[in-house]
Each structure stands twice: as structure tokens, then as C-alpha cells.
Design a protein around this ligand. Structure first.
Ligand SMILES: [Zn+2]
Ligand SMILES: [Zn+2]
Length: 545
């Protein structure tokens, strides 16, 4: 809340909107909320309010939504005397002052040819593999791709010899939590996001984050001010549980529309439809998002009937696994006739120990030669060296993958979702768990590339290596189509036509960018004493999963 400078009003934020109430003198406690009680309360905002504050003389109140600054005259909020019932009420301003500015995207301008690799283009369901291929890139996009003899490399192009390597499209993590900032400050180097990039994740979609951090981080990435994957998010979840700060109260379609419009103004391409208790409320979120042209990603919280209602009600995806040992034909037939896709997040599968504990127990995470270059070694050791292990049959990631395959085989887009479990490796654990569940390596790679790109509406630009798409790709030292466990043997990563060495994240061949030391690489040495780890800002902050 914000008390006005003269102490005569207080502005407060509830349900993401700004409200003003007169402030009485005296010490007695008066309870107020948006519905008013003994005191008149005026809702001043229309479609959400952030950063509420008063002018210095208290005569105006300001708030913002995304890049737009709104204002209202304090005098217009409350009538000076008694009013008739039909007297006009205060109407929230529909327009404000735009504070946005255009910044050019950081696109390279050169021409680069990657020559000689085996390329898993993902242009077709069999992987669309080209052996001894040439990929020609101009600026940030692919302009030609094919067997070496079929692509003419213009003079002056930078040629990168990738003979013996395997190239796959950049990974698209459909459910990627992770810190983007702290107190609305965006770090110059976010090691968590950079580890993901070093491991080949070039696009992330975070279905629960802080708008004031993830959208600035996403824009800074596009402007070339931060090195991290392309970043998309829902911003704050549209949360039905009565948790302070995050509760989104949806009684009417207009409530849903206001919330969706606020998130869209902040930068969301999708919204998270989360734990609204009544089906009609969830349906209103879907309808509002469809009206505004946004994807809707919900989760059923391990409730099978809720999951099925989400599938029937036009949501874009279901996040997290549907908690069944077997999907019978009723589920497969119903689901595959909808346009709803599936992100089972095998790393955190409901029903038993999931992919995260499986891979932590079965691999030496803290010794990973690439991860130790991009994550604080002391934290890696603390979190991974000593681990619990369960009998193999107790782990449930494989069963969840096996059931998801029934949907994928019928055309449902099934995506990896690393859930922020382990920066860098999480996206690979997801693909590896799909293979544990009976997927072929190429099918698992599809779940890591073209299927999430299609599911989230990004496939025009990413998800496969084809003419016209963005040059987002991963150069691997070994072939993951033969053994999916080769997917983390990353040599180089290209993001938007810029090629980075995976071990250093410094640019090679396409430019001269040099990564600065991470905080633990400074004078304090590998243990980085004194510095602290930033925590995640996933919905784990206020929910169980
Ligand atoms: Zn999540
Ligand atoms: Zn979740």
C-alpha cells in the first residue's frame, strides 16, 4: 500500500488492481478490501496495476501496466457530497503515457557456413537426417541447408569445419523455471540461464515467473545485453488459491480478461491457468486468452478429472504428467482429437521418484565436464555427490514417458520440460527419460525440439533446421540418434547465428564476445566464499510443485 503525501488517502493493490480508500485519523483499526466496507473504496485501474505511487502533492495517483503509465486525479475518485444512485462513477482511464522505447535486436550481419556435419534437421518425423551437410547462415537465419554438394557457399563466408560432429536444432524447454533476477535487478551473467544455453537449450518457456524480472531479461537477451536462451514466460500464474500477493480472483469473464490483458501488456505470449477451483473459472481464462491471442498452459495438479477437463476446454497444453499407470483408449482417443498438447515434466513425475532423482543417482552430476564450467562447483558437489538411490522399478519417469508415447503416436505434441531441476542437464534428463520409457532417440529429440516449438507456437522460427528459420543449433561431439546419452556432449551452440564454444560460452568464428568470469571464478576461487546462490522464482515459492 501507499499512503498519499498528505495522509488523506491510501492506495493498495489487490487482485493485481489499484484501489484507493480515504484514510481516517486516529488509531482504530479499520479493515478494508476491494469490496469496501465502512469506507468508500474506488478501483482506479482497469487492466491491472504495478508500481503504484502518488504525485508529490498527492493530487494524482500513478500506476503502470507493462510499458504504459496511467494516472488519475485524486479529486475525481470520490464525490464531495452525497450523490444520486445514477450519478456517474469513476471510470478507470483507458489510455496512458507509453514509456516504451525501441531497441534494435542484436542480429549478426555476416554469412557463415557450417560444413561437414551429420545434421538432424527435424524437418520430418524421421529426423530428416542429412549426412555431410552444409548449413548456410546469413545474419540470424538459415538461408540454405543440404548435402555438401548442393549448397553453394559464397566467397567471403566464414567456413566452420564441423566434420565428425552431429548437429541438432537448439533445444526448446517448454517448462523451464529458473531465476532471472533478484529484487527486479537482472544480473549481467545469470549462470543458471547460461548453463542451459551451454547445454544447447536455445529457447525456454517459463510457465511461472516474476513479470518484473523475466520480461526485462527476455528483452535484454534480444537486444544482445544478456547471453541466455530466447526467453518466453507466462509471468505470474493466474492462481486460484488464496495466497497473498498472487491470488487472482476470477468471478466473471471481465476479471479473466483484465488479468490476461495485464500479462499480455507485460510481455506474455502465454498464461498459466493455475488451480482456479471451479471449471467455469478455468474456462473463462481460456476464453480470455483466446480472445487476446495467447496460449494457455494449465496444470491439473495430479487430479485426473481436472486434467481431462483441461483437455476438453481448449487449453493449449497440460503441464505435468497425468497421474495414471495406464492411458486407456478413452483417454488417448479423446485427447488426440483435441489440439491440447502435453508437457509431462518427467523430471518431477507424480507417483514416485522421478527423472531428477533417477539421473542424479545414476550419473556423477557434480563431475560433469561441461556443467562444472557453468555452475558453482561447491554447490554442485553439495547437491549431488551424496545421493539416495531406489530400486530401478521404483522410478516412475519411464512409465510416464511410456504413456505419453501413446499420445505422441496419435499426433499430440509432447514436450520436454526441465522444470528448473538442474540448470544445463535438466533438458537432457527429460530426453533420456523419454528413451527410458520406450521412445526412440529421434522421437526423444523431437520432444526436445520441434514438438515444443509447435506446441508453443514458435515453430515458424525454431524447432527444426530449415531455410528461413533462426540459426539456433547444437554441435555435438557424438551422435544422439545412436545413443541419446550423447545429447549432452556439446561442443558448440549457435544462438541466432552467433556461435559459442560450449565450454567457455565465448563466441567463436562469428564474433569476438568473451564471457566474463562467473562470480565463483573470481579471487575467492572455486568455492566462491561470501557470494550466495540465487534461488529460483518458480511457483515452488508458493506451491508444492
Ligand atoms: Zn512449473
Ligand atoms: Zn507445476
Amino acid at each position: 500500500f501507499q499512503v498519499s503525501p498528505l495522509g488523506d488517502y491510501v492506495a493498495f493493490r489487490q487482485n493485481y488492481e489499484a484501489f484507493v480508500v480515504p484514510l481516517l485519523p486516529g488509531k482504530q483499526a479499520v479493515e478494508i478490501d476491494q469490496k469496501s466496507g465502512p469506507l468508500p473504496v474506488v478501483r482506479v485501474s482497469g487492466d491491472g496495476a504495478d508500481f503504484i505511487n502518488w504525485s508529490a502533492d498527492g493530487k494524482r495517483i500513478h500506476w503502470s501496466v507493462g510499458p504504459t503509465l496511467y494516472s488519475a486525479d485524486t479529486a475525481a475518485l470520490f464525490a464531495a457530497g452525497p450523490q444520486g444512485e445514477d450519478a456517474p462513477k469513476f471510470a478507470a482511464p483507458k489510455s496512458g503515457v507509453s514509456l516504451s522505447m525501441d531497441v534494435p535486436a542484436a542480429k549478426p550481419t555476416g554469412t557463415v557456413a557450417l560444413v561437414g556435419a551429420r545434421v538432424v534437421t527435424m524437418a520430418s518425423t524421421d529426423g530428416g537426417i542429412l549426412n555431410d551437410a552444409t548449413i548456410l547462415i546469413r545474419g540470424d537465419r538459415i538461408v540454405a541447408i543440404g548435402p555438401r554438394g548442393t549448397v553453394t557457399v559464397p566467397t567471403g563466408a566464414t567456413i566452420v569445419d564441423v566434420a565428425g560432429k552431429t548437429i541438432i536444432p537448439g533445444l526448446v524447454d517448454a517448462h523451464a523455471h529458473g531465476p532471472q533476477g533478484e529484487d527486479e535487478l537482472i544480473p549481467e551473467q545469470n549462470w543458471n540461464a547460461m548453463a542451459n544455453l551451454a547445454f544447447g537449450t536455445t529457447t525456454v518457456h517459463d510457465p511461472s515467473s516474476r513479470s518484473a524480472e523475466i520480461f526485462p531479461a527476455a528483452e535484454m537477451q534480444r537486444a544482445g545485453l544478456r547471453l541466455q536462451p530466447r526467453t518466453f514466460s507466462t509471468g505470474e500464474v493466474i492462481y486460484g488459491a488464496k495466497a497473498a500477493e498472487v491470488y487472482a480472483d476470477i468471478a466473471t469473464y471481465d476479471d479473466a480478461l483484465a488479468i490476461v490483458r495485464r500479462l499480455k501488456a507485460q510481455g506474455a505470449h502465454s498464461v498459466k491457468n493455475y488451480n482456479q477451483p471451479r471449471r467455469e473459472q478455468r474456462q473463462m481464462v481460456v476464453a480470455a486468452a483466446q480472445a487476446e491471442g495467447l496460449e494457455v498452459v494449465p496444470e491439473g495438479g495430479s487430479l485426473f478429472t481436472m486434467d481431462m477437463s483441461l483437455v476438453q476446454d481448449g487449453n493449449s497444453t497440460v503441464e505435468h504428467n497425468v497421474p495414471l499407470e495406464h492411458f486407456y483408449n478413452d483417454v488417448v482417443q479423446l485427447w488426440s482429437q483435441t489440439k491440447t498438447n502435453y508437457t509431462p515434466t518427467l523430471v518431477v513425475t507424480y507417483g514416485g521418484p522421478a527423472g531428477d532423482p533417477y539421473w542424479r543417482a545414476h550419473t556423477d552430476v557434480w563431475r560433469h565436464p561441461l556443467l562444472t564450467r557453468h555452475a558453482p562447483p561447491a554447490a554442485l558437489a553439495a547437491q549431488n555427490a551424496r545421493r539416495e538411490i531406489a530400486p530401478d522399478e521404483d522410478y516412475v519417469d519411464a512409465a510416464s514417458a511410456r504413456e505419453a508415447k501413446k499420445l505422441a503416436d496419435k499426433g499430440v505434441q509432447v514436450s520436454i520440460g526441465a522444470h528448473g531441476q538442474q540448470a544445463g542437464l535438466g533438458a537432457h534428463w527429460e530426453m533420456w527419460s523419454f528413451v527410458r520409457g520406450g521412445w526412440s532417440p529421434i522421437e526423444a529429440l523431437r520432444a526436445g525440439t520441434i514438438m515444443p516449438a509447435t506446441s508453443l507456437g514458435y515453430a515458424r522460427d525454431v524447432g527444426s533446421l530449415e531455410v528461413g528459420k533462426l540459426a539456433d543449433l547444437v554441435v555435438l561431439n557424438a551422435d544422439p540418434t545412436i545413443d541419446i546419452r550423447n545429447s549432452d556432449k556439446v561442443d558448440k551452440v549457435m544462438l541466432g547465428g552467433r556461435l559459442y564454444d560450449a565450454a567457455t560460452l565465448s563466441e567463436v568464428a562469428t564474433g569476438t564476445y568473451t564471457r566474463k568470469p562467473y562470480w565463483w571464478e573470481g579471487a575467492a576461487g572455486a568455492n566462491g566464499s561470501g557470494a550466495r546462490l540465487t534461488s529460483g522464482h518458480g511457483h515452488g515459492d508458493w506451491a508444492q510443485d
